[in-house]
Design a protein around this ligand. Structure first.
Ligand code: PLP
Length: 389
């Protein structure tokens, strides 16, 4: 065991996240077989309840893969080699989806968006006009590497009237964290990841397709076996999964879906928004500045003070204060830190994070911020939490 595995350890990354105690208890239960009446009931319940988080009437599929497998499932089930797709690339995960589409032989038109910015819908519209045979637009709901939220509702409005084009959305760091009603916003393919707002261990992807996307499935020529949603659909309608079910995680998912139902989706979104607001307000007071121009509620990226190194801040926070956040990747490496707002997070953890970040800055430069300043900011922050439940 490393030193960070302690009772006061806080996992405030943009996934994986702190698990709810009831989820931890569910994960510790004895294993059961997936062909049992007990598991049949759990699967039936989960397949029905998860639609509420997707806010869809469509089937939602539970894939035993990380989120990237779900991204692949959306591509291979709806598209063919040679198809033109527009990939919105505003960070690491946009790059990954573009590369994946190229790997499956698609003609990828990349719409590069500067890191930290959201895509302009007018730019997508222009590209679609120039490339009327585009079969899909690929976009992250939240580009986790920059903590930007893209305008998915507006993209849905743009693409919905085009019968030959789908809007495929990677909502791995978004679904369950803030509103993304699949049917209402005309999202044709949506993928979520277990280790994010679903507050589960890493290792499952959840995907759904619109009626329009199911029409594409009929003609899609991409080879697919493990991620064949047609077979998964038949299996689900027979009360099972296509391959062995991920019993432990699906059983924990049942708990999460019950907790979300009890809390209410709106209230869940509010609690995540509140943590994001808290971070945007008070961590900036310590001397960090907001990196994303269209900040997501699921994760906040903050530029570190010019003379500091984000990677060192991240390591110090973990080793000394037992809090894990993330640093930046590629061009943002060393320049930013990223704090996740999903999962089981208590107000005390937010205050602990705030103070620890202040102490961390002091440990690198005692003149940067005084103990009195940290204490004043923490007092204000405590009051804010009390006044903004
Ligand atoms: C937006 C986004 N897309 C895709 C992924 C990849 O998910 P996974 O690592 O579960 O395959 C991540 C993971 O952090 C992500 O944040």
């Amino acid at each position: 065991m490393t030193s960070i595995i302690r009772n006061d350890y806080s996992l405030l990354a943009p996934g994986p996240v702190n698990l709810h105690p009831e989820v931890r208890a569910a994960l510790a239960m004895p294993m059961i077989h997936h062909r049992t009446p007990e598991f049949d009931q759990i699967l039936k319940n989960v397949l029905s309840e998860i639609k509420n988080v997707f806010q869809t009437e469509q089937d939602v599929f539970l894939l035993s893969s990380t989120g990237s497998g779900g991204m692949e499932a959306l591509l291979v089930n709806t598209l063919s080699p040679g198809d033109t797709v527009i990939a919105i690339v505003s960070g690491k995960f946009g790059e990954r989806w573009a590369l994946m589409a190229k790997t499956f032989g698609m003609k990828v038109i990349t719409l590069e968006v500067p890191w930290g910015e959201a895509v302009r819908v007018a730019d997508v519209e222009d590209l679609l006009k120039k490339n009327p045979h585009t079969r899909a637009v690929l976009c992250q709901a939240c580009e986790t590497s920059t903590a930007v939220a893209h305008p998915i509702q507006e993209l849905g409005q743009l693409i919905h009237p085009l019968p030959e084009t789908l809007l495929l959305v990677d909502a791995i760091t978004a679904l369950g964290a803030y509103p993304l009603p699949m049917d209402q916003w005309h999202i044709d393919g949506l993928v979520a990841g277990s280790q994010k707002a679903f507050m589960l261990p890493t290792g499952m992807a959840f995907v759904s397709l619109s009626t329009k996307a199911w029409k594409f499935v009929e003609t899609a020529q991409c080879p697919r076996f493990y991620f064949d949603l047609r077979k998964e659909k038949i299996a689900n309608h027979n009360g099972e999964t296509f391959f062995s079910s991920n019993v432990a995680v699906i059983r924990a998912l049942e708990v999460v879906l019950r907790l979300i139902k009890e809390q209410g989706l709106e209230s869940l979104f509010h609690s995540i928004h509140r943590r994001a607001e808290f971070t945007r307000l008070f961590v900036q007071k310590l001397g960090f500045t907001l990196y994303a121009k269209a900040p997501s509620d699921s994760v906040t990226a903050l530029r570190v003070p010019p003379q500091m190194d984000g990677q060192k801040i991240r390591s110090h926070l973990e080793q000394v204060h037992h809090i894990t956040i993330m640093g930046g990747q590629d061009q943002a490496k060393g320049k930013i830190i990223r704090i996740g707002h999903m999962g089981y997070i208590q107000d005390d953890e937010l205050l602990h994070l705030l103070k620890s970040l202040g102490y961390t800055l002091r440990s690198f430069d005692p003149d940067f911020i005084s103990l009195e300043q940290i204490s004043t900011i923490a007092d204000e922050a405590r009051l804010w939490l009390e006044q903004n439940p």
